[in-house]
Design a protein around this ligand. Structure first.
Ligand SMILES: Nc1ncnc2c1ncn2[C@@H]1O[C@H](COP(=O)(O)OP(=O)(O)OP(=O)(O)O)[C@@H](O)[C@H]1O
Length: 804
């Protein structure tokens, strides 16, 4: 060994010795601290209790962090005076929050835990708040931003685990067999590892930054790089942290922190724990101020329970108002980072102005309510002026355009807010021509449908044609499927948001400022047209002929939109006695399925069933010819309250062989997308599939009718107190690439369909009407192969009940 090598060896030895000494110190402190906690709690023989925060707790830095109980009512806690271990939030705090979340399904407790968690971070380390929110939401950033997908396969995770634990493949396999859940496997794998030199503690921000680094890794050697980062994280993570690090890496958090709850928690956290400098006198109405909270905390003498007194009512009012503000802001600007920045740097009430509708940030779209007949539409709109528009059968596109220094920046976003600008160079070419035609256009946001067109005649083509178009990095000269942009709304123009204007006003501006554009050659530039429409000013029946054209043409049906704000009959009771009316705004309502937009699809009227958007969550092995494939498939709705998919029905109809093969590739048995144990948070009710799928896609499905079912628990309690609803004769129509699982149909949708159907069949109790069997459903050609017809029968194992 030469001198340098000896010195290096000595230095390594010294630092290892120092680390061991340090570790001993820490353990000593830990032991004495636990002992003193036991003494304080008066129970020396028991384990240290969880440390509840009380208002009198001194502000000091403890050597050992015992994390607070996060389940308590946020009105009764004051995280600001809690001791905190370091300037940067340790990941162990987040994993403590995740453990608490995973221990409950109660929405109230989940909201409490999230609110409290965020409050501690606001109070002690606001710089880590955005990272914490993204980690809790199990995402890295808004979908429209690039590099927010981890894209790490199971093999990278397994390799990293093997390299950090020195387990053998066989041992790892045995752990998988025993525990199933990857997080649990990682946890138990890591328990066997002893480290002499303690690694630097993992922080919330550190974890998030590493995930961003993984998502941003591209090019040669990317797998190796990702593996190294994952290994690094696994080395840093200690104890319980390992489980959550691994679950986050496998994008499988399962803790019920769904978007709405998280937004509620963000709102409540800031209303209860505003950044210190923001609560000035004039801003107090936005916050649950200290004096109000102490009134809640200190119940009147002699009473044990906290009474529902004025202070609590007032505090709740403030919390609800703040939730409304944050949700409204998110709907028009869905970016947690921007919202948190706005809340840290301005009053809560000012948030919508601080984080406004912005060109380049897609807003959540307005959605339409399904109707079954023109009569129902006339009933609903009760004489209000409306416009009937063709419902184009293409892909929704939100087009953002901004010109700065004579350079146009354009983004085209999908319904699911993904950036699909690369897919449509012909739309970019068209916009360039439009901007050249009218230099007074500086910025605008359009809501529109992209539809495939015949390049020679401009005639509409079907959705299937559009889906043949390449997805990414399409070059203008390679465009094979020509398109038109059929614009139906203008949301922003030259620096001014138009959301609060009525549809009549927005449409007038659209037509005045953006006339149609028909290029010479639709292969080199898309065309722009306004959605074709007829108006009814006084409820007169002008729609029938238009509807017949929609039926005959390549449209999906009609969209009926009220032109001016007004009042409509509220519900079934109102329909009967004509008295229940409620206001209906004609403003653009981001993220709402509004009654101001009614959709009438051909399918609803011409066939027996509504179409539903369902999530495949499991499957059984096929029989006979299908023995090598998954069939039937278990489909689920998205239950917003539970924050997870809930099984609705088995589907075995409408699939082609090509589709089955692809399904096998997408969901290979024993992989990170398909497992024999329920690794993903799904409610299967009475169904017991052979395998569970990682719920991540949405299928459009049509069925005959909705029945009360003893097997399904979807919408249990909404129609029948003890039984759920199921869909009979489900038939696969197409993949909804534009929808994420949280956009799937909900239990409320199913219950609504059931009620509508009950009205239609005169209370026939969900039984199939004569002649309304699968045979009447319209076929969709998939991958130019005929759809299999033989399996349209109902699953024989599925009992059908008449409604009770
Ligand atoms: N003229 C139009 N006005 C509004 N939306 C239209 C129009 N033409 C086509 N569409 C499409 O129809 C959809 C309206 O239905 P809805 O708002 O319920 O969205 P959805 O859940 O995607 O519905 P669907 O499954 O019926 O496409 C829009 O998302 C849009 O893609």
């Amino acid at each position: 060994m030469d001198l340098d090598a000896m010195r290096a060896e000595e230095a390594r030895w010294r630092s290892a010795t120092a680390a061991v000494a340090h570790a001993k110190e820490v353990i000593k402190e830990e032991v004495s601290s636990i002992a003193s906690l036991r003494e304080e709690s008066g129970s020396p023989s028991k384990a240290a209790p969880r440390q509840h925060i009380n208002l009198a707790m001194p502000k000091s830095k403890p050597t050992v962090m015992t994390f607070p109980d996060l389940l308590v009512d946020p009105l009764l806690t004051t995280p600001e005076v809690c001791p905190w271990p370091s300037a940067t939030t340790p990941f162990s705090f987040l994993s403590h929050a995740l453990v608490s979340l995973s221990g409950t399904r109660s929405r109230i407790l989940i909201l409490n835990i999230l609110t409290n968690t965020l409050r501690y971070i606001i109070a002690h380390d606001p710089a880590s708040l955005t990272a914490a929110v993204y980690l809790l939401s199990n995402s890295l950033g808004p979908t429209y931003q690039p590099n927010t997908e981890l894209n790490i396969g199971g093999s990278v995770l397994s390799k990293a685990l093997l390299s950090t634990t020195s387990l053998t493949q066989a041992k790892l396999r045995r752990l998988y067999q025993k525990h199933g859940d990857p997080g649990d496997v990682a946890f138990y794998a890591k328990t066997s590892v002893r480290t002499l030199i303690p690694p630097s503690p993992l922080t919330v921000q550190g974890m998030y930054d590493k995930l961003l680094a993984i998502a941003g890794s591209k090019g040669q050697g990317v797998v190796k790089r990702k593996e190294e980062i994952v290994s690094g994280l696994l080395v840093q993570a200690q104890g319980e942290e390992v489980r959550w690090v691994y679950r986050i890496l496998s994008m499988n958090l399962r803790v019920g922190a769904v978007r709405n709850t998280l937004l509620q928690a963000v709102a409540r956290a800031f209303a209860l724990s505003p950044p210190a400098d923001l609560v000035q006198k004039d801003g107090e109405e936005d916050y649950v101020a200290e004096n109000l909270r102490s009134q809640v905390i200190a119940p009147p003498e002699g009473k044990k329970k906290v009474p529902v007194d004025d202070a609590r009512v007032r505090a709740t009012e403030i919390l609800l108002k703040s939730e409304g503000t944050v949700k409204r802001t998110y709907a028009q600007h869905p970016n947690y980072g921007h919202i948190i920045n706005g809340l840290l740097n301005g009053r809560l009430g000012e948030l919508p102005d601080k984080v406004p509708l912005t060109v380049g940030v897609p807003l959540l779209p307005t959605l339409g309510s399904p109707m079954r007949s023109l009569e129902e539409i006339y009933d609903r709109l009760s004489g209000l002026p409306f416009s009937a528009e063709m419902k184009y059968d293409g892909q929704r596109a939100q087009v953002h355009v901004c010109v700065i220094d004579q350079r146009a920046s354009v983004r085209v976003f999908s319904r699911h807010l993904e950036d699909m600008t690369d897919k449509y160079p012909d739309i970019l070419a068209m916009l360039a021509s439009i901007l050249a035609r009218d230099p007074s256009l500086h910025s605008f946001i359009l809501d529109a449908e992209v539809v495939a067109l015949d390049p020679a005649t401009g005639a509409l083509k079907t959705f299937q044609e559009l889906s043949n178009r390449a997805r990414k990095d399409v070059k203008l000269e390679d465009v094979k499927v020509s398109v038109g942009l059929f614009v139906f709304d203008l949301l922003y123009l030259n620096g001014q948001p138009l959301l609060s204007e009525t549809f009549r006003q927005r449409r007038a501006t659209l037509r005045q400022r953006l006339p149609p554009y028909i290029p010479q050659d639709v292969r080199l530039s898309a065309r722009l047209e306004w959605a074709e429409n007829v108006d009814s000013e006084d409820g007169e029946d002008v729609v029938l002929e238009f509807w017949e054209r929609a039926v005959a043409g390549k449209y999906e049906g009609l969209m009926i939109k009220i032109l001016d704000s007004g009042e409509v009959i509220d519900d079934e009771i109102g329909k009967k006695n004509g008295s229940r009316r409620k206001p209906l705004p004609a403003t653009y309502e981001p993220d709402k399925r509004t009654m101001a937009w009614l959709k009438l699809k051909k399918d609803y009227v011409l066939t027996t069933g509504d179409s539903l958007d369902l999530i495949p969550i499991g499957a059984w092995h096929g029989n006979g010819r299908k023995a090598a494939w998954w069939s039937p498939i278990l489909l689920a709705v998205w239950d917003e309250n539970e924050g997870r998919p809930v099984a609705l029905c088995k589907c075995m109809s409408g699939f082609t062989d090509v589709f089955y093969k692809k399904l096998n590739e997408k969901y290979p048995d024993g992989s990170e997308t398909c497992s024999r144990t329920p690794l993903w948070d799904v409610e299967t009710g009475g169904y017991s599939p052979t395998v569970y799928f990682n719920p991540h896609e949405v299928w459009e499905v049509r069925g005959a009718d909705i029945t009360v079912s003893p097997t399904s628990v979807t919408a249990k309690g909404l129609i029948d107190p003890s039984r759920g609803l199921s869909l009979r004769f489900p038939r696969f129509m197409k993949l909804r690439e534009d929808k994420g699982i949280e956009n799937a149909s909900t239990p409320e949708d199913i219950a609504r369909m059931y009620r509508t159907q009950e009205g239609r069949v005169g209370g026939a109790g969900g039984r199939v009407e004569p002649g309304m069997d699968d045979g009447e459903l319209v076929d969709v050609e998939l991958e130019s192969e005929a759809v299999e017809e033989s399996e349209s029968e109902e699953d024989p194992t599925e009992p059908v009940l008449a409604s009770g």
